[in-house]
Design a protein around this ligand. Structure first.
Ligand SMILES: Nc1ncnc2c1ncn2[C@@H]1O[C@H](COP(=O)(O)OP(=O)(O)OP(=O)(O)O)[C@@H](O)[C@H]1O
Length: 354
């Protein structure tokens, strides 16, 4: 259990900046997610915490103690790679024991630690069984127990469940979140899956080119992205981005929506509309019209792709609305639900805050 702090940490490889003047503090027992596209610096940050890399500038502190030049073993931070799968020929108990046996921990210490973790994860009664005799959920708890059996100050996980199939991934992330809360350990988690990041993280850091663009709770980032880049990282389907065109009579967002100029913040050149906020109306002769390009029914909701002039927009609707391909429909969006961005891509205050 520990806090982890970066003060203005920079790490270069040759002339490439992998981590760019990064500062953050991860709280004790926090589930903290690093999120960003490939090569944005996530793994390098994990390596810096672990002590496998040394920063060129800045300081790293664990529990308030500077560790920038402390070697990896002395930091007692555990790394869990993509290995939440069990050895099929070993019992659940042997699987959980394995990381400690590998580290040549004394047998009585192993027994104590395995018993304690097994009790916390409610798997004590399963330890004598082979993985083939466990249910899917039980197997995941055993696999997580094996990942957590060491007793480090913090765990780092690099995309630990990406190799699992979609259904198992969903189940496992629920288990992981619950177990992390019950065990109360600091967990730094890397994932490429935005839904996974949003579902597990207490807070998340949004990375671009090695720099942190925003840190907050997933909901706060979704509701109030600091900039255009971050707005585009979260949400599926992705947020609709439109440019504002100020004409002599109307102000429009890329020709798709007519806007009331009085309600656009000064300096706004772009608008973001989440698909769930774009309302698709009945076929209409109204000004805000678009053609239905594609309809994707997904069970509980439907994704509608619309074409307006040269741009495509996506709307997310509940259920299975009766919308015909190629028909003309009306578009609407509550101005208070729109995001406005300036020329540099920074978010401007939302309408209700003006
Ligand atoms: N050992 C290395 N030598 C040279 N360049 C490196 C090394 N490790 C990382 N980099 C560079 O640093 C940048 C950040 O890489 P990093 O692996 O941290 O990104 P990432 O977000 O973890 O990527 P991914 O999602 O693909 O794992 C990249 O430009 C990468 O090419």
């Amino acid at each position: 259990m520990a806090t982890i702090r970066f003060d203005n940490v920079t790490k270069r490889y040759g002339d490439k900046i992998a981590v760019d003047d990064v500062s953050f503090e991860i709280g004790d027992n926090e589930f903290f997610c690093l999120f960003g596209p490939p090569l944005s610096g996530k793994s390098t940050i994990l390596k810096l915490i672990l002590g496998l890399e040394t920063p060129d500038r800045g300081e790293i502190l664990i529990d308030g103690r500077p560790v920038t030049h402390v070697p990896a073993p002395a930091r007692n931070v555990a790394m869990v790679f993509q290995n939440l799968a069990l050895f099929p020929h070993m019992t659940a108990g042997d699987n959980v024991r394995f990381p400690l046996v590998e580290r040549k921990v004394a047998p009585d210490a192993i027994a104590r630690r395995v018993a304690s973790v097994a009790e916390k994860l409610h798997i004590s009664h399963l330890l004598h069984k082979l993985p083939a005799h466990l249910s899917g959920g039980e197997r995941q708890r055993v696999a997580i127990a094996r990942a957590l059996v060491r007793d480090p100050v913090a765990y780092l996980m690099d995309d630990p469940i990406s190799a699992l199939d979609a259904r198992l991934r969903e189940e496992t992330r629920v288990e992981l979140k619950r177990i992390q809360r019950e065990l109360g350990h600091t967990l730094v988690y890397v994932t490429h899956d935005q839904e996974e990041a949003m579902s597990v993280a207490d807070r998340m850091a949004m990375l671009e080119h090695g720099a942190i663009r925003q840190i907050d709770t997933p909901q706060a980032i979704y509701d109030n992205p600091a900039n255009r880049y971050v707005a585009g990282l979260l949400g599926s389907p992705q947020i609709n981005m439109l440019t504002i065109e100020a004409g002599p009579t109307v102000t429009a967002a890329a020709g798709a929506l007519q806007l009331d100029p009085a309600r656009i913040p000064d300096g706004a050149v772009g608008i973001g509309i989440r698909p769930e906020d774009l309302k698709v109306g009945a076929e209409s002769g109204a000004a805000n019209q678009a053609r239905v390009f594609e309809v994707e029914p997904l069970g509980g909701h439907t994704v509608i792709t619309l074409e307006s002039g040269s741009i495509r927009l996506r709307a997310l609707m509940r259920g299975q609305p009766q919308i015909r391909l190629d028909s003309l429909v009306g578009l609407a969006c509550d101005p208070a639900r729109m995001f406005y961005f300036d020329r540099a891509g920074r978010a401007l205050p939302k309408l209700q805050n003006l």
